[in-house]
Each structure stands twice: as C-alpha cells, then as structure tokens.
Design a protein around this ligand. Structure first.
Ligand SMILES: [Zn+2]
Length: 76
C-alpha cells in the first residue's frame, strides 16, 4: 500500500516484470479472518492469495520481537 485513501480503499504500488506500476485507488479486500472477532484483511480486493492474516512480514516480526525483548515480554 502506498497510502491510505479512505475507509473504502487505498492507493497501491504494484510491480510487473518491467518495474513499478502505480495503481489507481483499489477497494479493500472484503474478507474477514474466520474465527477472529474483527480482523479484516488489509490488502486490496481481488489480491492473490493469501489474505493478510496469513502473511508474515519478516521486518515487522523482527521489530515486534525486539520490542518484546526490550520490555521483557514473551514473544512468539
Ligand atoms: Zn484478502
């Protein structure tokens, strides 16, 4: 996601074989995580699988682990 636009969609930067391609505003994926209280997918509608709750961002995971370690909290 390049920037949050509004509750109905955002502007995304997508890549193809030739480099970056700025996409127009795309609606949010309407799916919600089964069994979760209110965990919506944060990707665009029609994205390739998987939904955001099944995607692990290694940088965000590393940051969360570091913050947990600094606070002395269990992580993982
Ligand atoms: Zn989704």
């Amino acid at each position: 996601m390049l920037w949050y636009h509004d509750p109905h969609g955002a502007v995304w930067l997508r890549w193809n074989e030739n480099g970056g391609l700025l996409s127009p505003r795309l609606s949010w994926c309407p799916e919600r995580q089964p069994g979760a209280d209110d965990n919506a997918c944060v990707l665009f509608a029609g994205h390739p699988a998987p939904h955001s709750w099944d995607v692990v961002d290694p940088l965000m995971y590393a940051r969360a682990a570091k913050v947990a370690a600094q606070l002395g909290l269990p992580f993982g």
